[in-house]
Ligand binder design. Sequence first.
Ligand SMILES: Nc1ncnc2c1ncn2[C@@H]1O[C@H](COP(=O)(O)OP(=O)(O)O)[C@@H](O)[C@H]1O
Ligand SMILES: CC(=O)N[C@@H](CCC(=O)OP(=O)(O)O)C(=O)O
Length: 309
Amino acid sequence: MPLSPDPYSALRNAARYVQQFRRKTFVVKLGGAMLSDPRLRRSACEQIALLWTFSIRPVVVHGGGPELDTLCDALHLPVEKVAGRRVTSAPVLDAAKMVLAGKLHTDLLADLQAAGVPAVGLSGVDAGLIKARKRPPVMVTEPGATEGRLVDYGLVGDIEAVDTRVVEHLRSADYVPVIAPLSGGVDGAVYNTNADTVAAALSVALSAEKLFFLVQVPGLLKDLNDPTSLVTLANLTDLATMENTGAISGGMRPKAHAIRHALVGGVGSVHLVSGVAPNALLEEVFTNEGSGTMVVREKAPKTAAGNAG
Ligand SMILES: Nc1ncnc2c1ncn2[C@@H]1O[C@H](COP(=O)(O)OP(=O)(O)O)[C@@H](O)[C@H]1O
Ligand SMILES: CC(=O)N[C@@H](CCC(=O)OP(=O)(O)O)C(=O)O
């Protein structure tokens, strides 16, 4: 946040947003790359703690892709991702349970507790929170490819329903739910579901005001190789254009789907924010300029609504 010569002016400015967002639901998705770095993880937890202090109601969803890659390597299991989603065999799913509902999940909960957030961990399996069915083989066209190919993702779950009762129950007692991206199917099946997809489905089911993705990059970039090419404001058409030209690739592809799903489902705005730059989440929420990318259904002048509005 830029330092003001008058500290009270920054406070007054932030107070407008505090008032606007009090008791509103913000779904915050923490990307796996930043979660693997304890310093970045703690920084994210401290920023979430501040939102919580201001009576914003956060629901945290976390990834863990890179840490799962590392475990798969150590176990000599293949790491295969197509269009940003992991091909998940039975042994890879076991590894996913160990990382996503195990080590990484617990470390994140501990850091949130340390930051003063009464965090309670769940996965999509708990109390039937995320119900999914096994994704059938699908045609996927990679950027630059002229033809699609049939991909069997294995034990990956497509979300069918979200039952938010357990989340609401925790929130009514002032706990902050922290959700790992596993989902439950029929007959006790467990599936691996991309964390971006889980975050979007939850934000719609909870009628969230905003959905944030904390990522390693400054936000949505026109050119992935140029960190200064930040897109500060985009709408669904801009997003579709970037997908079609291949400007959105890799892990940003499931995010683009997730952003569309959230906005069409009624979430006010979706924000891509750096998990690396100090206080980028707070800057996005509490300043007019913001720090990353705000994606909305229909574009309106950024300054009129405020970046956080
Ligand atoms: N146009 C783009 N703008 C920003 N990042 C992009 C873009 N296209 C691809 N990416 C890549 O997508 C990544 C984010 O996806 P991913 O690594 O899955 O995030 P997460 O941290 O949530 O796991 C970025 O770090 C970047 O490497
Ligand atoms: C099906 C699928 O792709 N599941 C993801 C779940 C974790 C995740 O989404 O982690 P990030 O947010 O760090 O990418 C995976 O196995 O990597």
